[in-house]
Structures are given as structure tokens and as C-alpha cells.
Design a binder for this molecule. Structure first.
Ligand SMILES: Cc1cc2nc3c(=O)[nH]c(=O)nc-3n(C[C@H](O)[C@H](O)[C@H](O)COP(=O)(O)O)c2cc1C
Length: 259
């Protein structure tokens, strides 16, 4: 009779178990991938809506997102573009033909794509309610990703939503705390001349300071993350970010164009 515990038999059984497990795991990975991608897309949409202050608990996110228009902007010219084949920011940032390395890089992001996304939320009659800008910067441990929503005056913040980061929970991770994010609502990130004017304080913004409208409370014990958040706003609303786009939109507003 064959020995069940022979080395050959043990190896055969172990190889068989490994093969079966590998098939199960890879089948699960392949079949679940479309669901994961759909969930990721829905999560992004949810955060756009949250930044814009248009999210209510229990709402159908995909349905609510139908009123959001996605446009692609050429950062240098500030013009809308319609690239053939669409635009995927994740792919574009890795492609040297679609992005470039930054030399002055206050946001610590390494590269910037030539184009970027903007989301426009409109009321039912078509009037512009919010302009939502995807922004990111390096904090202490990680790149922090957020959507920053502006009122149609293109200066006042209507909300912010950090949706991906690796900062420490309870310290830098407080960027995702809704109570801290509420602090942003109504703040001004640009002045009347369109220059970026914004800072994150170390601790609380002192009472009664003249430029309190342009300042956000810092996160305690997380000065480096807070600095990253400040750099993020400075960079993305500045000349290398959405600055030319916002200036162009403002000119259109001045001549009374419906945006
Ligand atoms: C385990 C650990 C986690 C930390 N996580 C963060 C963080 O997420 N963001 C941050 O700015 N500082 C973090 N810090 C603190 C920084 O190392 C640094 O001391 C701090 O940013 C200085 O800010 P403060 O002057 O407000 O304390 C962490 C420190 C430790 C020990």
C-alpha cells in the first residue's frame, strides 16, 4: 500500500491546495475588480457632492451627480479642452507626454498634469452654483487628496472634502474631520485682485485679526500636515494650478457671461 505521508504525496497535496487557492483568489480578484472600480468612482462622486455641500444622507449619489458637469482644463491657458480619448488624471500624471516634473514644488507632488478636471454644479435652471477643484499635496506621511468647492464668485469656499490620505489618525488625519472641514465654509482663498490669500494657522486663528476670513485653524499636534494643506491651496489656486482658469472665468463673469 502507498504511504500517504510520503514526501511525494505531501508535496502533491500541498501543490494541489495551493493551485485551488490561487484559482479562487485570482477569480475573486478579477470578478471583484469592476465592483471595486465602481465603488471608487461612487466614493469620488460622493466627495465632490460633499465638498459642494450638495450631499444628504441616504441620497442616490449617482443620481445627484447627474447635475454635476465634468470639464477638462488646460492649466497653462486656463481654457477648456476636449482631449480625444478623454482624460484620466491617474494615468496622465505617470505619462511624460501628459505631465511634467515640477521644479519649484511647494505642494511636494513631484509632477503636474498638463490638463486637470473641474466639476461644475448647476441649479435646475442652469445657473452655476459651485466650481469644484480636485487638489492634492504632501503632508507628513502621505499625499492628501481633496475636493475644494468655491462659490460662483470664485473666491469663497463652499466646502472641502479630503477623501484620501495616510496621515496619522487623531493628528494629521483630522483633515477628514467634518468639524474641522466646517471651519472652511465661507472663508476667502483669493483676494479682490485674484491673488491667492490663504493660510493655515498654528493652532486657532487669533480672535479679531483683520484677515481672519483668509485663515483656517491649524490641527493641533499636526503642524506639518497643516503646512501641507496650506501649500496645497497656495499651489493649486496659483499660477501653476487653476489660477489661469479662475482668472479666465472671472473675466467672463465681469462681462456678464453666463458660466
Ligand atoms: C506617531 C506620530 C505620528 C505623528 N503624526 C503626525 C501627522 O499625521 N501630522 C503631523 O503634522 N505631525 C504628526 N506628528 C508630529 C510631528 O512629528 C511633528 O512633531 C509635528 O508636526 C509638529 O507639530 P506641533 O508643533 O503642532 O506639535 C506625529 C508624531 C508622532 C510621534
Amino acid at each position: 500500500m502507498k504511504d500517504k505521508n510520503s514526501v511525494g504525496n505531501v508535496l502533491r497535496v500541498a501543490t494541489g491546495v495551493c493551485l485551488v487557492c490561487a484559482v479562487i483568489v485570482s477569480t475573486a480578484a478579477v470578478t471583484l475588480r469592476p465592483f471595486q472600480e465602481e465603488n471608487r468612482a461612487t466614493f469620488r462622486q460622493l466627495n465632490v457632492l460633499q465638498a459642494a455641500g450638495l450631499h444628504e444622507p441616504g441620497m442616490d449619489v449617482a443620481l445627484a451627480f447627474e447635475r454635476i458637469e465634468r470639464r477638462i482644463v488646460d492649466f497653462d491657458s486656463g481654457e477648456y479642452v476636449d482631449p480625444p480619448g478623454g482624460f484620466d488624471p491617474v494615468r496622465a500624471v505617470r505619462d511624460p507626454a501628459q505631465s511634467n516634473a515640477l521644479s519649484g514644488d511647494p505642494a511636494g507632488i513631484g509632477r503636474r498634469t498638463h490638463y486637470g478636471e473641474v466639476f461644475l454644479a448647476r441649479a435646475e435652471d442652469g445657473t452655476l452654483e459651485r466650481v469644484i477643484l480636485p487638489v492634492h499635496a504632501y503632508g507628513l506621511w502621505s499625499t492628501m487628496y481633496a475636493f475644494l468647492a468655491l462659490e460662483p464668485d470664485l473666491r469663497t469656499v463652499s466646502g472641502i472634502s479630503f477623501f484620501e490620505h495616510g496621515e496619522t489618525p487623531g493628528l494629521g488625519g483630522e483633515i477628514e474631520n467634518p468639524r474641522w472641514q466646517e471651519n472652511w465654509v465661507g472663508k476667502q482663498v483669493r483676494d479682490e485682485d485674484g491673488n491667492v490669500r490663504f493660510r493655515v494657522d498654528r493652532g486657532r486663528t487669533p480672535e479679531g485679526v483683520a484677515d481672519a476670513d483668509h485663515r483656517i485653524d491649524g490641527l493641533s499636534g499636526a503642524t506639518i500636515t497643516s503646512r501641507g494643506v496650506e501649500n496645497m491651496v497656495q499651489f493649486w489656486l496659483g499660477e501653476q494650478g487653476y489660477g489661469p482658469y479662475l482668472a479666465r472665468m472671472e473675466r467672463r463673469l465681469e462681462i456678464g457671461e453666463v458660466l
